[in-house]
Design a protein. Structure first.
Lengths: 298, 273
C-alpha cells in the first residue's frame, strides 16, 4: 500500500517533469540561444580582436586597456550621464505636473491623456527624423517660426540639449500616465482629511500627494533611467553622435565602433561595461525596494 | 494658494496638446506638399495643391517602401505568433505544473529582463553571420520568435488567477494539457493576450537598431531602416522624407486611436517598452 503510493507519486513527478519541460522547450531554446548565449559571446569577444572579415584572435586585456584609456568611451559615458541627468528630472517634473492637471476630473481629460501618449508609441527613429527637419537650420519649421537661424543640431553646446528635448517630448506622456494612475490611487478620505486640516493647493501636493506617490516615482525613475542609458534611435536620426562627439552616447558609440570602425572587440568591451552598469542599477533598486517595503511593514 | 481656474488649466493642457501633435501634423502636411511649394512658401503653409505624389513616389519608386512595409508586417506577425505560442506554453508550465527546477528556471528567465538589447546586437550579429543568415528575412525574426521572458512573466501572473477547479474538472473529463490550454486557459486570458499583441506589434514595427545592423541593401529593409536611409540619401528633400516618416508613423497612430483603451491599460499595466 505505502510502496504503491510512493511509486504513484514517483510516476506523477516524472510525468510533471516531462510535461513541464516539453512546455518550456521552445522558450528555453529562445532564452538559451538568443539571450544567454549572446551574453557569453559578448564577454568572450571582449578579449578578442575581430574586424568582421579577418580571423578572430585572442588579445587578452588589450581591448579593455584601449577602451578604458583612450578617452573616447570615457566621453561617451560622460555624455550619457549628462543626457540622463537632463532627461529624467525634466520629464518627471513635466509628467507629474500634467498628471495633476489631468486628475482634477475636468471633462476631456481622457482625450488629452491619449494625445500626450502618442509620441511614446510612435517609432522613435521616425520621430527623430521629423525633428531633424523641424530643427534644420535654413528650411526647418522651428527657425521659420522664431524667425532666426539657430544651429540647433550642429552647435556643440546646443546639440545634446536639443536631443534631450526631443527625447523628453517623446517620454512625457508615458510618465504622465503612471503619475495619473498613482494620483488616482490616493484614497479620497486621505485628501479630505488633509483639506479639513487646512491643507490646500501646494501644501496638499508637497506634503500629502508627493509622499504617497513615492512607489510610482520610484518605478518611473528606475525605468526611465534605464531606458535613457540606452538611447540610440533619436541620436542616430538627429546627430549621429556629433558634432565633435558631444552627443556620442554609449549605445551610439557601440554601434559606430562595431559597424563603422569594424572593431568588434572594442565594441564588446563597451557592451560589457554597459551591461554591468545597468545590471547594477537594477539590482540596487531591487535591494533598496525590498528594504523599504520591510521598513514600511514594521 | 487658490485652486487654478478650469480655464487656465485647459489653456495649459491645450498648449501641451498642440506641442505634442505639432510634429505629427507637420510631418503629414509636408508629406502632401509639392516640392515646389515647399521651396517657395513658408514651411508652415497649408499644402496647395494637396498632392499624394510623394507617398506614391515612395511606394512605387526605387525606395521600395511598399516592400519595406510588407517585410516589417510579415516579420512582426511571425514574431508575434512565435512569441505567443512559446510564451503561453512556458507561462502555463511556470504557473500550473510542478516540475523539478521550476523556481530556479523562472529566476533565470526573469534575470534576462536585465539584459539591455543594445548589448545583444554585436553577439547576435556574429551568430547570424556564422549561421549564414545575415541580411536574410529570418535574421529579423529568429532572435525574437522563441521567447519573451517579459510576456511569460505577465502571462504567468494572469494564469495564476484562473480557478484550478476549472482545470481539474476538464482533467476529469479526460482533457490533456494542450486541451486545457486551448479550451480553457487561452479563452479566459483574452485581455492579456490582446495587450501582448499590441505591445509586440508596436515594438517590432518601431524596432530599428537590430534591422539596421543585420540587413543591408533594400531587399530586407524594414520601414524604420528605409526611412533612415532615405533621409541620408535625400537630405534636404524634406517633402519626400516627411512622406517616409508619415508612412512609418500613421499606421501606428491609427492602431492607437482604435485601441486606445487597451493601449493605455497595457502601458500602465506592464510599463512597456
Amino acid at each position: 500500500m505505502a510502496s504503491s503510493s510512493v511509486a504513484r507519486r514517483g510516476a506523477l513527478r516524472r510525468r510533471n517533469a516531462i510535461t513541464g519541460y516539453s512546455l518550456l522547450a521552445p522558450s528555453l531554446f529562445g532564452v538559451a540561444c538568443f539571450l544567454l548565449l549572446p551574453v557569453l559571446i559578448v564577454v568572450w569577444l571582449s578579449f578578442q580582436s575581430w574586424d568582421l572579415i579577418g580571423p578572430v584572435s585572442f588579445v587578452g586585456l588589450d581591448n579593455y586597456r584601449s577602451v578604458l584609456t583612450d578617452g573616447v568611451f570615457g566621453n561617451s559615458l560622460l555624455v550619457t550621464l549628462v543626457f540622463v541627468a537632463l532627461v529624467v528630472p525634466i520629464q518627471t517634473a513635466i509628467g507629474l505636473w500634467a498628471a495633476t492637471l489631468l486628475t482634477r476630473g475636468l471633462p476631456g481629460s481622457a482625450w488629452f491623456r491619449t494625445i500626450y501618449v502618442l509620441p511614446w508609441i510612435a517609432a522613435p527613429l521616425a520621430l527623430g527624423v521629423v525633428w531633424k527637419w523641424i530643427l534644420a537650420p535654413t528650411d526647418g519649421a522651428l527657425n521659420a517660426l522664431i524667425g532666426q537661424r539657430v544651429e540647433w543640431l550642429s552647435d556643440p553646446s546646443l546639440a545634446l540639449p536639443a536631443v534631450a528635448a526631443v527625447v523628453i517630448w517623446t517620454n512625457v506622456g508615458y510618465v504622465t500616465l503612471f503619475f495619473m494612475a498613482g494620483l488616482l490611487n490616493i484614497p479620497d478620505q486621505v485628501l479630505e482629511a488633509a483639506r479639513i486640516d487646512g491643507a490646500g493647493g501646494l501644501a496638499l501636493f508637497w506634503q500629502i500627494k508627493l509622499p504617497l506617490l513615492r512607489p510610482t516615482m520610484f518605478f518611473v525613475l528606475v525605468t526611465t533611467v534605464i531606458s535613457a542609458f540606452q538611447v540610440f534611435d533619436q541620436v542616430y536620426a538627429l546627430t549621429q553622435g556629433g558634432p565633435a562627439r558631444t552627443t556620442d552616447v554609449v549605445a551610439a558609440r557601440i554601434y559606430y565602433e562595431a559597424f563603422g570602425a569594424f572593431d568588434l572587440g572594442r565594441a564588446a568591451v563597451m557592451a560589457v561595461v554597459l551591461l554591468v552598469i545597468l545590471v547594477t542599477i537594477t539590482l540596487a533598486q531591487q535591494l533598496y525596494f525590498r528594504r523599504r517595503v520591510t521598513y514600511e511593514l514594521e | 494658494m487658490r485652486r487654478a481656474r478650469p480655464a487656465a488649466v485647459y489653456l495649459v493642457l491645450l498648449a501641451g496638446a498642440v506641442f505634442t501633435l505639432g510634429p505629427f501634423l507637420l510631418s503629414i502636411l509636408t508629406a502632401f506638399k509639392s516640392r515646389e511649394q515647399f521651396a517657395r512658401e513658408s514651411t508652415l503653409a497649408w499644402p496647395d495643391p494637396l498632392t499624394p505624389g510623394n507617398i506614391v513616389a515612395l511606394l512605387t519608386g526605387p525606395a521600395e517602401f511598399g516592400r519595406a512595409i510588407l517585410v516589417t508586417l510579415l516579420a512582426a506577425t511571425l514574431i508575434l505568433i512565435g512569441q505567443l505560442i512559446s510564451s503561453i506554453l512556458a507561462a502555463y508550465a511556470f504557473a500550473r505544473v510542478d516540475f523539478p527546477g521550476r523556481n530556479a528556471l523562472f529566476w533565470v528567465y526573469l534575470s534576462t529582463l536585465m539584459i539591455p538589447p543594445v548589448v545583444l546586437v554585436v553577439p547576435l550579429y556574429l551568430m547570424m553571420t556564422e549561421a549564414g543568415l545575415r541580411n536574410s528575412f529570418w535574421s529579423l525574426v529568429l532572435p525574437f520568435a522563441f521567447a519573451s521572458p517579459y510576456a511569460i512573466f505577465l502571462l504567468r501572473e494572469y494564469f495564476r488567477g484562473i480557478p484550478q477547479e476549472l482545470i481539474d474538472a476538464a482533467r476529469l473529463d479526460g482533457a490533456s494539457t494542450l486541451d486545457v490550454l486551448v479550451e480553457i486557459v487561452v479563452p479566459l486570458s483574452r485581455p492579456i493576450i490582446a495587450t501582448l499583441t499590441l505591445i509586440t506589434i508596436v515594438s517590432h514595427w518601431n524596432s530599428f537598431m537590430w534591422p539596421l545592423v543585420v540587413t543591408s541593401g533594400s531587399e530586407w529593409r524594414v520601414v524604420t531602416v528605409a526611412t533612415a536611409s532615405l533621409q541620408s540619401q535625400f537630405n534636404g528633400n524634406w517633402t519626400l522624407v516627411m512622406a517616409a516618416t508619415t508612412l512609418a508613423l500613421v499606421p501606428l497612430l491609427v492602431l492607437f486611436l482604435v485601441f486606445q483603451r487597451q493601449f493605455v491599460r497595457s502601458i500602465t499595466f506592464s510599463g512597456f517598452k
